[in-house]
Design a protein around this ligand. Structure first.
Ligand SMILES: Nc1ncnc2c1ncn2[C@@H]1O[C@H](COP(=O)(O)OP(=O)(O)OP(=O)(O)O)[C@@H](O)[C@H]1O
Ligand SMILES: CC(C)(CO)[C@@H](O)C(=O)[O-]
Ligand code: BAL
Length: 383
């Protein structure tokens, strides 16, 4: 295992015959990061090379955020990276990454980067993309792995790589969770025990939405089946018994009376959990709950069919946490998760097999970057 601190040393790192994969982190590594490194190791293979970067990037922190207190644990990080299969750790100083001080030329994340996280943390994604672009140049990988826990980050990075022709495959890895559902995050270290209990309501809200959506879709599926059987209603009643027939009638009446509104149903279920969480001690202070189209992170309507991302951000005490879950809407599709299994980065088409890990894995497919949609503009709608 090689620990490198300078761009020059990284340049001198001999390439191996197989693919080079990079896992970029801000350190304070945990099982989520280890999962990324293991995924990188699997893809790169024995002949390949896995480089982990550890850099707390000042450019992506706003004034008043936690740049100064962000945990720095390099020695333990190197051990964890090695155990997970990394060949090298690149841990540069701020001066090494920004030798000319604050860069005057930066990468801008565009409209997608102004929504949700971008709205709450103005300039955040420009800072992320600028350092990711620099780290891609410095590490020159064939593959780069990012977590779906940071769904919008994965989406803007994927979009940058596509829009700016970065010669790298961006690969998303499903969110790793504690057994009780909490998404692993370096910032979880800030939480006291009571704060952690409150923080659990983030994932609880997402799972409530998924469960409510499953029930809604099941009701409508039942109504659809019952309607088909209506031609031979007396035989159906005999076969089903009265309770079942009454339930079917209820389902049919519901489906007929209430137009499709599964996105609203899912949103409301999550919001109810978060509203209760606002009354806990310590309280959850919601930043946003949004159900968005993965291709641009705009809010979806009730007519939406396909996969969407339910994303949440909130503060508990002074700690800001985010989480998200992928939900599928539409007549044919089950709600999500267990039925559809883990999914990976739609833009790369690459599917990561869910690897066993000590922490529980995502119970449903979370956010991934979507294939770029053509923006309107001077290059025309057909671009
Ligand atoms: N629970 C997780 N599951 C999968 N990937 C994760 C998880 N947590 C972080 N990652 C990924 O690890 C990479 C490095 O993230 P980072 O170092 O910021 O860790 P983090 O735990 O997200 O930290 P923070 O608490 O500051 O958000 C990112 O691609 C991120 O999405
Ligand atoms: C991608 C990244 C390493 C850029 O600083 C950071 O945003 C992170 O750790 O998710
Ligand atoms: N994991 C995202 C990095 C950040 O919050 O700044």
């Amino acid at each position: 295992m090689t620990l490198l601190h300078t761009a020059a040393a990284l340049r001198d790192l001999p390439r191996r015959s197989g693919a080079r994969a990079v896992v970029m982190t801000m350190g304070a590594l945990h099982e989520g990061h280890a999962t990324l490194v293991r995924a990188a190791r699997r893809r790169a293979g024995a002949q390949g090379q896995v480089v982990v970067t550890v850099f707390v990037n000042p450019l992506q922190f706003g004034a008043g955020e936690d740049l100064d207190r962000y945990p720095r644990t390099l020695e333990a990080d190197v051990e964890l990276a090695l155990a997970a299969g990394a060949d090298a750790v690149f841990a540069p100083s701020v001066d090494e990454v920004y030798p000319g001080g604050e860069p005057q030329v930066r990468i801008t994340a565009g409209p997608m980067g102004t929504r949700l996280e971008g709205a709450s943390r103005p300039g955040h994604f420009d800072g992320v993309l600028t350092v990711v672009a620099k780290l891609l140049h410095l590490t020159a990988p064939d593959l780069a792995f990012f977590g779906q826990k940071d769904a919008q980050q994965l989406a803007v990075i994927t979009r940058m790589a596509a829009d700016l022709n970065f010669p790298v495959e961006i690969i998303g890895v499903p969110t790793v969770r504690e057994d009780d559902g909490l998404a692993l995050s370096s910032r979880n270290r800030y939480l006291s025990a009571p704060e952690r209990r409150t923080a659990l309501t983030l994932s609880a809200a997402l799972f409530a939405a998924r469960d409510r959506l499953t029930a809604e879709e099941a009701l409508r599926a039942r109504a659809a089946c019952t309607a088909h059987a209506a031609q031979d209603r007396s035989a159906a009643l005999a076969a089903l018994g009265e309770d079942r027939a009454a339930a079917d009638a209820h389902a049919v009446a519901y489906a007929a009376a209430v137009p499709r509104h599964a996105p609203s149903v899912a949103r409301a279920a999550a919001r109810a959990v978060l509203e209760d969480a606002a009354r806990l001690d310590p309280p959850l202070v919601l930043d946003y709950l949004a159900l968005v189209d993965p291709s641009d992170f705009t809010e979806i309507s009730d007519a939406y069919v396909g996969e969407a991302i339910l994303a949440v951000a909130a503060k508990v005490g002074t700690t800001r946490l985010i989480d998200n879950l992928r939900l599928t809407f539409g007549a044919e599709s089950p709600a999500s998760g267990a039925a559809s299994g883990y999914r990976d980065d739609a833009a790369t088409g690459h599917q990561e097999a869910p690897a066993p890990a000590p922490a529980a894995r995502e119970r449903s497919a979370p956010a991934t970057a979507a294939p770029p949609t053509p923006p309107p503009g001077p290059l025309g709608a057909t671009r």
